[in-house]
Design a protein around this ligand. Structure first.
Ligand SMILES: [Zn+2]
Length: 126
């Protein structure tokens, strides 16, 4: 490849900005998801209040209650993921990031790209 621009420093290519940058990017994504779901919960609560919908007897009210529950559940799920990502960033700082909590072996990079907050290798996951 004669047109290759300069020597590629390890870990400095745009494709691999390192685990910390990846975690921060994922964290921003999750924070946005939490904010969106919480806004949705507020909106639905607002709709229910505005229209004085009766949850028990109005079918639309039941749907709104269900949607509100779903949005709250998704926000809670995203909050768990955020905690995992924050914990992963702590591990980066401590120098223990990407090490399987069970066997102590390095978790494959491919797996960390998909699941940046993974604490176990594929063999010991789940
Ligand atoms: Zn393992």
């Amino acid at each position: 490849m004669p047109s290759e621009p300069g020597p590629a420093a390890p870990g400095a290519t745009p494709d691999d900005a390192g685990p910390e940058a990846r975690l921060h990017a994922r964290l921003a994504e999750v924070e946005a998801r939490i904010a969106a779901q919480r806004r949705l919960v507020d909106d639905i609560v607002g709709v229910v209040r505005d229209e004085n919908v009766d949850d028990e007897h109005d079918p639309e009210g039941a749907t709104l209650a269900w949607e509100r529950q779903q949005a709250a559940a998704l926000a809670a799920e995203a909050a768990v993921e955020r905690d995992e990502l924050v914990a992963a960033l702590d591990r980066v700082a401590a120098g223990t990031y990407g090490v399987c909590a069970v066997c102590g072996r390095q978790i494959p990079t491919g797996r960390l790209e998909v699941r940046p907050a993974a604490t176990r290798c594929v063999e010991h996951a789940g």
